[in-house]
Design a protein around this ligand. Structure first.
Ligand code: ARG
Length: 719
C-alpha cells in the first residue's frame, strides 16, 4: 500500500517534470528557474546562457526577417533557420528556369550566395523602464492612456535609435501593462541565401501535415549575414565581409534519447494565457470560424490557379503558405479549445479570483465589466474579421485602399507640387510591386465571393449604405451571379490594370479620377462605413480590455504574490528561453507517439508526383543505398529527421535553436502539434509539444543530397 502511494507521488513528480510551461526572459531567469533547469539536466552556468559582460548563447540568437528566429552557427555569420522562414526569399530568388524553390539550391562558395531583402536583428541590450512608463502614464485609462503610451513608446525608441537605420528598439509591455522593458537591437541588412533543400523536402507533407505530429518535414534553410569591412552593420555591398559573431552555437551530431534535457531560445510572437472566458467564447464562436471560412475561400481560388501554372505557383507560393498556415491553426485552435473546455477552465479561474476579490472595490467588478465590454463589441466582431480577412483579403482591394492617402493629399489645399510628385513616384512603385504579386483570375473570384459572403453574413444595418442595392440593381439575370458580374466590371475598368488609364492618371492626378475608379470606390465604400461607424467601437473595446487586463493581472499578483513572482509573462516577440525534455506522448487512448520520425518514415509517405508528398530521385537513391554517413542515429540505425520536445513555444519561435544540456545545437523548432493548438490561450501540460527538425537531417541534406560539404565544414561539430 505504502509502495502504491509512493509510486503515485513519484508519478505526480514525473508529470510535473514534463509540464514545461514557461517562456522566460533570459535576463530575468531567476534562481528558481535556473536551478530547475540544472535539476533537469542543464550543464551550463547561468552566465553562459545570458551575460552582459561577455559573450553567451543569447548573442547567437537573432530575429530573422519580420517574424522568425534564427541562430548563428559559424564564425563566419552562417545562419540556420526554417525553410518556411526563408520561403519568401527563396521564392524571390527563383524563376521558372532557375527554380531554387522547387529544385533546391546550395551556393558552391560565398560568391554564389544570393542577395535578399531580409534583415536580421541582434539583441544589444535590455532595460527595465517600468518606473518611467508608469510615471508618465499615471492614472490614465482608456483612449487617453493608449495614446499616451504610443507617443511615449515612439519617443523612447527615438531617444535610443537616434535616426540610425542600423538600430531598432521596442518598448514592450509585460504582464498586460504592469511592467515595461526597452529592447535595443543592431540591425544587419546584408543577408544572403546560402542554401535550401527542394520544397519537396523543406515543405514535405505540405498543409496536410502542417501543425501535426508525426511529421517528416526538412524545414530548414541557410543564410549568411554580412557586415562592412570595419565590422559594422551595413546595407548590401559586394565589399562587405561575413559577420564575425560574438558567439555561435556548436552543433552536436551525437544524438539524444527520449527524456533528455533540452532548451530553446527564440522569439515567441504572442500568447494570451490570461485570456478570459469571454475572449475564449468570442474566438470559438465568431472570430476563428469567420477567419477560417474566408481563408478557405481565398485558398481555394489561389490553389486553382497555382496548380495550373508553375509561374503562378511561384508567384503566389509565399502568400498562399502564410494564409494556409493560420487557416489551419485557427481551425485547430477552435477544435482544441472546445475539446478541452478551455471556456470552462477560464470560468473556474475567474470564479476563484472573484472569491478572493469579494469586498475589494478595486477588483470585485472586473468580470462584470469584462462581460459588458464583450457584449457591447460582439455584434460588430464579425465585420471586423470580414474587413481584415475578406475585403482586405482581395489583393486588388487592399492595393486600391493605398490610394486613399493620395486622395487626401490631392484634396488638401496645402499640398505642394513636390509633395504630390513624391506621392506619385511612390504610387508608381507600389503599383509595380502590386502587379508583380497579382494573379487576376484568383483575385477576381475572391472579390466576387467576398462581396457575396459579406452580404449574406453581415447584418443589413451594418452594410455600407446603398452598396448592395446598387450592386444588385445592375444585374437581374437569373443566368448570372451579380457578384461575378460586379467583380468582372471592377477588374475590367480599374486603372490598376489599364496602362492607358494609369498613365493618364499619373500625368494629371485628380480626385475625380480616383473617385471614378471602381476598385477604389468599392474598397472605400467598406472602409468608410467601417471608419465612420465601427472603428471607434473597436477601439473602445480594445482599450477597455487593456484596462481590465492590467487590473486583473495586478489582482493576481496581489492574490498570490509567491506564485506570480515565479511566473512568466505572455509572449510578445521578445527573446525567451524555454526548457524541458525530448518526449513522446499519448495523443489519445491506446495510442503513443514516438519522440522521433525517421528517413524510412519519409520514404513510407512518398507519393510520386504528388503536390505535397513527392521526393527528389537522388533522395530515394541515397535512401536505398543507406548512405547516411556520420549523420546516422545509432539507436534507430536510420536518419532521425524530426523530434518533439516539451518546450513552450508559439509562432515567431520558428527557426529557434534546440540545444542539449551543453548548449550544443541538436535541432530547429518549426511547429506545434495539433493536440495542443489551444496553446496561445491555455498551455496543455500533457499534450503540448514542440516539433523540431533534427540537425543531423539538416546536415545530411546539405552534405549528401546537396553536395555542399563545405557548409558542414564551417560548423563546430561535436561528435
Ligand atoms: N506551422 C508552421 C509554423 O507556424 C509553419 C509551416 C509552414 N508550412 C505550411 N505548410 N504552411 O511555424
Amino acid at each position: 500500500m505504502k509502495k502504491y502511494f509512493l509510486s503515485i507521488a513519484l508519478m505526480v513528480c514525473i508529470l510535473q517534470t514534463y509540464a514545461d510551461e514557461g517562456m522566460w526572459l533570459p535576463l530575468l531567469l531567476g534562481k528558481q528557474v535556473y536551478n530547475d533547469m540544472v535539476k533537469k539536466g542543464l550543464k551550463l552556468k547561468a552566465d553562459q546562457l545570458y551575460s552582459i559582460n561577455h559573450s553567451s548563447i543569447k548573442d547567437a540568437i537573432i530575429i530573422f526577417g519580420g517574424g522568425c528566429t534564427g541562430e548563428i552557427v559559424s564564425d563566419q555569420g552562417l545562419i540556420f533557420t526554417n525553410h518556411h522562414c526563408g520561403y519568401d526569399a527563396i521564392a524571390n530568388a527563383s524563376t521558372v528556369e532557375h527554380n531554387y524553390l522547387h529544385d533546391g539550391f546550395f551556393a558552391k562558395d560565398k560568391s554564389a550566395e544570393i542577395q535578399s531583402k531580409l534583415t536580421v536583428r541582434f539583441l544589444n541590450r535590455i532595460e527595465d523602464v517600468t518606473d518611467r512608463v508608469m510615471k508618465e502614464l499615471g492614472n490614465t485609462s482608456g483612449m487617453e492612456r493608449a495614446q499616451k503610451l504610443i507617443a511615449l513608446q515612439s519617443a523612447m525608441v527615438k531617444e535610443v535609435t537616434n535616426g540610425d537605420e542600423f538600430k531598432a528598439a521596442v518598448v514592450a509591455s509585460f504582464f498586460k501593462g504592469n511592467q515595461y522593458f526597452l529592447f535595443v537591437y543592431d540591425v544587419y541588412k546584408d543577408v544572403r541565401l546560402v542554401g535550401n533543400p527542394p520544397e519537396s523536402i523543406g515543405k514535405f507533407g505540405g498543409d496536410t501535415d502542417n501543425w501535426e505530429w508525426p511529421r517528416h518535414t526538412g524545414d530548414f534553410s541557410v543564410f549568411r549575414v554580412y557586415m562592412s569591412q570595419d565590422g559594422k552593420p551595413a546595407n548590401y555591398s559586394t565589399t562587405n565581409v561575413p559577420l564575425k559573431p560574438k558567439y555561435y552555437l556548436p552543433v552536436s551530431i551525437k544524438g539524444f534519447k527520449d527524456g533528455d534535457f533540452c532548451m530553446l531560445f527564440g522569439y515567441p510572437g504572442g500568447t494570451n494565457r490570461y485570456e478570459t472566458s469571454y475572449g475564449v467564447a468570442l474566438s470559438t464562436e465568431i472570430n476563428n470560424p469567420t477567419l477560417v471560412k474566408l481563408r478557405d475561400m481565398r485558398l481555394k481560388y489561389m490553389f486553382e490557379e497555382m496548380k495550373k501554372d508553375p509561374a503562378v505557383k511561384l508567384q503566389l507560393a509565399s502568400s498562399y503558405a502564410s494564409i494556409a498556415n493560420y487557416w489551419k491553426f485557427y481551425d485547430g485552435e477552435t477544435k482544441q479549445l472546445l475539446k478541452y473546455d478551455v471556456f470552462g477552465q477560464k470560468q473556474k479561474a475567474e470564479q476563484n479570483f472573484m472569491a478572493w476579490a469579494k469586498g475589494k472595490t478595486a477588483y470585485e467588478n472586473i468580470f462584470t465589466d469584462y462581460g459588458k465590454n464583450y457584449n457591447e463589441w460582439r455584434p460588430y466582431a464579425m465585420q471586423a474579421v470580414y474587413m481584415r480577412e475578406g475585403i482586405m483579403g482581395s489583393p486588388l482591394l487592399a492595393y486600391a485602399a493605398s490610394w486613399n492617402s493620395l486622395e487626401q493629399l490631392l484634396s488638401s489645399k496645402d499640398a505642394t507640387k513636390e509633395a504630390i510628385e513624391k506621392a506619385i513616384t511612390h504610387a508608381k512603385e507600389t503599383r509595380n510591386n502590386f502587379l508583380k504579386e497579382e494573379n487576376k483570375k484568383s483575385d477576381q473570384n475572391i472579390l466576387a465571393s467576398v462581396l457575396m459572403m459579406f452580404n449574406t453574413d453581415i447584418p443589413k444595418n451594418q452594410q455600407p449604405a446603398g452598396f448592395y442595392e446598387n450592386l444588385l440593381k445592375q444585374c437581374n439575370s437569373i443566368e448570372e451571379s451579380p457578384y461575378k458580374r460586379y467583380a468582372t466590371d471592377v477588374f475590367e475598368n480599374t486603372m490598376a490594370f489599364d496602362e492607358n488609364k494609369w498613365n493618364k492618371f499619373i500625368s494629371n492626378p485628380t480626385v475625380a479620377a480616383l473617385q471614378a475608379d471602381p476598385a477604389y470606390t468599392t474598397v472605400m465604400a467598406f472602409i468608410t462605413n467601417w471608419k465612420n461607424n465601427y472603428a471607434s467601437k473597436q477601439q473602445v473595446f480594445i482599450n477597455t480590455n487593456n484596462d481590465l487586463g492590467r487590473l486583473y493581472m495586478k489582482g493576481l499578483f496581489e492574490a498570490d504574490p509567491i506564485k506570480m513572482k515565479n511566473t512568466y509573462s505572455d509572449a510578445n516577440f521578445t527573446m525567451r528561453v524555454t526548457y524541458g525534455n525530448v518526449k513522446s506522448y499519448k495523443p489519445k487512448d491506446a495510442v503513443t507517439y514516438d519522440d522521433v520520425c525517421t528517413l524510412s518514415g519519409v520514404v513510407a509517405k512518398y507519393v510520386a508526383g504528388d503536390y505535397e508528398f513527392d521526393l527528389p530521385a537522388k533522395f530515394l537513391d541515397l535512401y536505398k543505398a543507406k548512405d547516411f554517413g556520420q549523420y546516422e542515429d545509432a539507436q534507430h540505425k536510420d536518419i532521425v529527421v524530426t523530434f518533439i520536445t516539451t518546450t513552450d513555444i508559439t509562432g515567431g519561435n520558428s527557426g529557434s535553436p534546440v540545444m542539449n544540456a551543453n548548449g550544443e545545437l541538436i535541432g530547429l523548432a518549426f511547429d506545434g502539434n495539433y493536440e495542443a493548438l489551444s496553446h496561445k490561450l491555455a498551455f496543455d501540460k500533457d499534450l503540448n509539444r514542440t516539433i523540431c527538425v533534427d540537425v543531423r537531417y539538416v546536415l545530411w541534406c546539405i552534405d549528401k543530397l546537396g553536395g555542399a560539404k563545405h557548409i558542414v565544414d564551417e560548423l563546430k561539430l561535436v561528435k
